[in-house]
Write a protein that binds this ligand. Structure first.
Ligand SMILES: [Zn+2]
Length: 196
């Protein structure tokens, strides 16, 4: 079976968010516009841009957050953000994107305001923030931790910033509440250093 978001070209990143109305209207166009803005930046630039976005979002946060969920897309590492977003919208019919922040092999894309839910784990979304790295399948199609250095650094930076603002929120992997491989590593153990 060829997954619809499998084996597509590597894309870079984005540093803006867009509204649910935009998402419903034309996610391909919006993501494309964002992706072209920042490419081949040093990791520190991406972290700085992401921190700016997160700080604005967290300052305005009125939604109660109990959990920070860590995900992978369960795809090849080069799946495009726009393809993933289109899959949610067109194949699954989702009104909200699957995650708030997603990390391609380079950079990040903010998919959803933190005050709105995203569709990461059924039954938990109302009070959760969902973060996701693209990948999770190795070259043989087996579940694996495929994160590169950029994805690890940006994911950890994002969790740290959110944790500092919401220290009581649990930090856990999708696989702790669902019978899924996602995120293909022990997220609770990896982020335990923030809880000490
Ligand atoms: Zn997941």
């Amino acid at each position: 079976m060829i997954h619809p978001i499998y084996n597509t070209p590597v894309t870079a990143s984005a540093t803006q968010t867009f509204s649910e109305d935009d998402y419903l209207e034309d996610p391909e166009r919006i993501i494309g516009d964002l992706i072209n803005e920042h490419e081949n930046c040093p990791i520190s630039t991406y972290i700085g841009e992401m921190e700016k976005w997160l700080r604005t979002q967290l300052t305005g946060l009125t939604r109660d957050i109990d959990r920070i969920f860590i995900h992978c897309t369960g795809t090849a590492t080069n799946a495009r953000v726009s393809s993933i977003v289109n899959y949610w919208k067109n194949n699954l019919g989702w009104r909200h994107p699957g995650y708030h922040l997603i990390f391609p092999l380079e950079g990040f894309t903010a998919l959803q305001d933190l005050n709105l839910p995203s569709n990461g784990v059924r039954g938990y979304n109302a009070r959760s923030i969902h973060l996701c790295t693209i990948g999770g399948l190795d070259q043989d199609g087996a579940f694996s931790d495929t994160r590169n250095n950029s994805q690890q650094q940006l994911l950890h930076a994002a969790v740290q910033i959110i944790h500092n603002h919401i220290p009581n929120a649990d930090i856990l992997g999708h696989n702790e509440v669902s019978n899924k491989a996602c995120p293909c590593y022990d997220a609770r153990a990896e982020f335990a250093y923030l809880k000490q």
